[in-house]
Design a binder for this molecule. Structure first.
Ligand SMILES: Nc1ncnc2c1ncn2[C@@H]1O[C@H](COP(=O)(O)OP(=O)(O)OP(=O)(O)O)[C@@H](O)[C@H]1O
Length: 290
């Protein structure tokens, strides 16, 4: 079970949204990170055949994306702007979408209730979609995306707007789903990827600037992350010298966390790198700012 992408270029008219992307994704959770406009949605749409690729080779479990019908039967997609028929109940919406994707009445009957249970919506079977919270709707989105039991599940920016509890619940659901399939989580929220994904790809202006494990990403920043307590007055100077990854102000002083290739010129403590540090470091290196 594998997705393989070779020399993928994608254009919207003259605008190039993906630049020579080469990537192999195996089963489990894969996190695709990148800031707004990096090309994540474009890549997800090519994989789910919603967008015809411009150039390159893209195969889902050995099948080229040109064979859209076959690929669609293997892929479930939860888009960023997912919305459902508000006046239907959770069950009715699932039943309707299942019928659209070609499942028989019997298959729908067998699958829908266990799936709603799996995504923790067994108490909402008769609840109208419009009366559900954002988190419930997202979970219903996952249930509909895996209704036809796809080998690949693609989710685009799934946790935006969720409260912390719902966010954790949703992430756990994705991890469970990834036990026997490929799950691609596309997001600009580093914490979501850090908590769930072993493999990460980072897109920047259409280019894949990192592809590897969380450990490999962290090792790029190890020995370069520092923390120091400075006065508020010194903050602008420190910010102009180093990429600051976090700061905490208490009274007149600020504890800053920042990245430097060489030991800083003022007293600072070396810290263990986190994924957020590594991500920001990579973005700065790519942007030529270090
Ligand atoms: N239909 C379109 N026509 C023209 N340009 C587009 C179109 N869709 C996307 N783009 C451009 O392609 C680039 C990549 O967009 P894409 O939506 O894939 O990025 P993204 O990483 O998913 O960002 P976001 O997190 O904001 O959705 C951006 O510069 C965007 O403006």
């Amino acid at each position: 079970m594998e997705i393989s992408i070779e020399h993928l270029n994608q254009y919207y008219g003259k605008k190039q949204a993906l630049r020579d992307v080469n990537l192999t994704i195996s089963s489990g959770m894969f996190g695709l990170l990148g800031k707004n406009g990096a090309g994540k949605t474009t890549l997800m749409k090519v994989l789910s055949t919603l967008l015809k690729k411009s150039e390159g080779t893209v195969k889902v479990c050995g099948v080229p994306v040109e064979h859209a019908k076959e690929v669609r039967s293997m892929v479930g997609y939860l888009p960023q702007d997912f919305s459902m028929y508000g006046s239907m109940s959770a069950y009715e919406a699932m039943d309707y979408l299942g019928a659209l994707s070609g499942l028989s009445k019997q298959e729908r009957k067998e699958r829908i209730l266990p799936l709603l249970e799996k995504v923790n919506l067994d108490a909402q079977v008769k609840t109208k979609v419009k009366a559900m919270s954002g988190g419930m709707r997202r979970r219903l989105g996952i249930a509909q995306a895996i209704l036809h039991d796809p080998k690949v599940l693609i989710v685009d920016e799934p946790t935006a707007g969720l409260d912390p509890e719902e966010r954790v619940r949703f992430r756990n659901l994705l991890c469970e789903t990834a036990q026997d399939r490929i799950v691609i989580l596309s997001t600009h929220i580093v914490g979501d990827v850090e908590a769930t994904c072993e493999h990460i790809g980072i897109l920047d202006e259409g280019e894949l600037i990192f592809n590897g494990t969380v450990g490999q990403l962290l090792s790029m920043t190890e020995g370069r992350v520092y923390s120091a307590e400075i006065s508020k007055l010194e903050l602008p100077k420190v910010q102009s010298m180093y990429p600051v990854t976090s700061m905490l102000a208490v009274g007149g002083s600020v504890t800053v966390r920042f990245i430097s290739d060489v030991p800083p010129v003022f007293p600072a403590k070396l810290c263990r790198a986190g994924v957020e540090d590594a991500y920001l470091y990579l973005m700065h290196v790519e942007g030529g700012e270090l």
